[in-house]
Design a binder for this molecule. Structure first.
Ligand SMILES: NC(=O)c1ccc[n+]([C@@H]2O[C@H](COP(=O)([O-])OP(=O)(O)OC[C@H]3O[C@@H](n4cnc5c(N)ncnc54)[C@H](OP(=O)(O)O)[C@@H]3O)[C@@H](O)[C@H]2O)c1
Length: 283
C-alpha cells in the first residue's frame, strides 16, 4: 500500500507523513512546494488550483489522506472532481474538523465531508479539535503575536476548547490507514482537557518563563490583526468565523475516540508546551 498525503508539509500532514514513514508505509507527500525525498517518502507537486498536477501527483497510490481546502466555498465541488480523476484510489481518509457534522449540509466543510462520503470510495473521517501546534507553527493564527508581544490573541471569551496535538491526530490517522474496521466511520479527535485561552496562556507562560497573557480581542481588533498577514479576505473571514464557533462552544466537547483507536490517553497541553513550545518565524 502507498498512501498519498495532501498538505504533507503542514502541521498535521507532516506528522502523518512522518508517522507513516516510521511505520514503513511508502508515501507520496503532496504540496505546492514539495520537500526533499527521504527513505520511503516521494515528495510530489500538487496544487488544488491546477488540475494538471492532480493525477500525476497521486500516481499509483490506492489510499489518500485528504485535508481539503479551507476557505473556499467551492471546496466540495473541487474535491468531488479530484476524486473522480483518481479511479484507482479505493480508500479516502479525510481530516475534517470537530463540529462539522453538526453544521448544515450546504456549509462548505460539511459539503466536503458529504462529497467524500458519496464518492463511491471507502471513507473514514477524522475530526480534530483546534491544533496545539497553532501556538508555535502557525505564524498568523497565534505564533507571531506570542513571539513578538507575549500575546495570545484570541477572541474566545472564556469558552473552553479541547485542543488536539497534531502528533495524536497523526497517530489516529495511521491507525485508520493501516488497520481494518474504520470504513464508513467518523472519529472526533480531541485532547484530554477543556481549556480556556486564558488557561492556555498560563501554561505557555509557565513552560516558557515569559509573561504571556490572553488578549480577548473584539471581532474588529481580530480583523485588523489578521489583515496584517496580507492573506486573502476569504482567509480572514474564515478565521473570524472559526472564533465565532469557538465562542459558541463548538470545540469544547471531549471524546474518547483517540483512546479507543490507539489505546492510550491523548497528550495534554502541558506535555506539548514542555516538549515543543518555542514560537517560530515560519509562514
Ligand atoms: N489548525 C487547526 O487548529 C485545525 C483544527 C481542526 C481541523 N483543521 C483542518 O486542518 C486543515 C489544515 O491543516 P494544517 O493545519 O495541517 O495545514 P497547514 O499547516 O496550514 O498547511 C497547509 C498545507 O497545505 C498545503 N497547501 C496549501 N495550499 C495548497 C494548495 N492550493 N494546493 C495544494 N496544497 C496546498 C501547504 O503546502 P504548500 O504551501 O507547499 O502548498 C501545506 O502542506 C484544514 O482543513 C482545517 O480545517 C485545522
Amino acid at each position: 500500500m502507498t498512501v498519498w498525503i495532501e498538505g504533507a508539509t503542514g502541521k498535521a500532514g507532516r506528522r502523518v507523513a512522518e508517522a507513516l514513514t516510521e511505520a514503513e508505509v511508502p508515501i507520496r507527500a503532496a504540496s505546492r512546494h514539495p520537500a526533499q525525498p527521504t527513505a520511503g517518502a516521494t515528495p510530489v507537486r500538487f496544487d488544488w488550483y491546477d488540475k494538471r498536477t492532480w493525477a500525476p501527483a497521486v500516481g499509483r497510490a490506492e489510499t489518500v489522506f485528504l485535508k481539503g481546502l479551507d476557505s473556499d466555498d467551492k471546496a466540495a465541488a473541487i474535491i468531488k472532481s479530484f476524486l473522480a480523476t483518481i479511479p484507482q484510489v479505493r480508500q479516502v481518509v479525510l481530516m475534517s474538523a470537530a463540529g462539522v457534522d453538526r453544521t448544515p449540509d450546504h456549509a462548505p466543510r460539511r459539503a466536503v465531508e458529504l462529497a467524500v462520503q458519496h464518492s463511491g470510495k471507502q471513507w473514514t473521517i477524522l475530526r480534530p479539535s483546534w491544533f496545539m501546534q497553532n501556538f508555535d507553527e502557525d505564524e498568523w493564527v497565534f505564533a507571531r503575536a506570542l513571539r513578538e508581544k507575549n500575546e495570545l490573541y484570541a477572541g474566545s471569551g472564556k469558552t473552553r476548547v479541547g485542543f488536539t496535538d497534531t502528533r495524536d491526530l497523526a497517530e489516529a490517522a495511521v491507525k485508520v490507514l493501516t488497520t481494518k474496521g474504520h470504513e464508513g466511520r467518523s472519529y472526533t479527535i480531541t485532547g484530554p482537557e477543556q481549556l480556556t485561552f486564558g488557561e492556555v496562556a498560563e501554561v505557555l507562560a509557565e513552560t516558557s518563563g515569559r509573561p504571556i497573557h490572553h488578549k480577548d480581542a473584539t471581532e474588529e481588533e481580530h480583523r485588523r490583526h489578521f489583515a496584517r498577514s496580507g492573506r486573502p479576505e476569504a482567509w480572514i473571514n474564515h478565521m473570524l468565523h472559526l472564533f465565532t464557533l469557538v465562542r459558541a462552544g463548538v470545540f469544547t466537547e471531549l471524546t474518547n475516540d483517540f483512546e479507543h483507536l490507539t489505546g492510550r490517553k491523548p497528550r495534554t497541553l502541558k506535555a506539548y508546551a514542555t516538549e515543543n513550545w518555542q514560537p517560530t518565524s515560519q509562514r
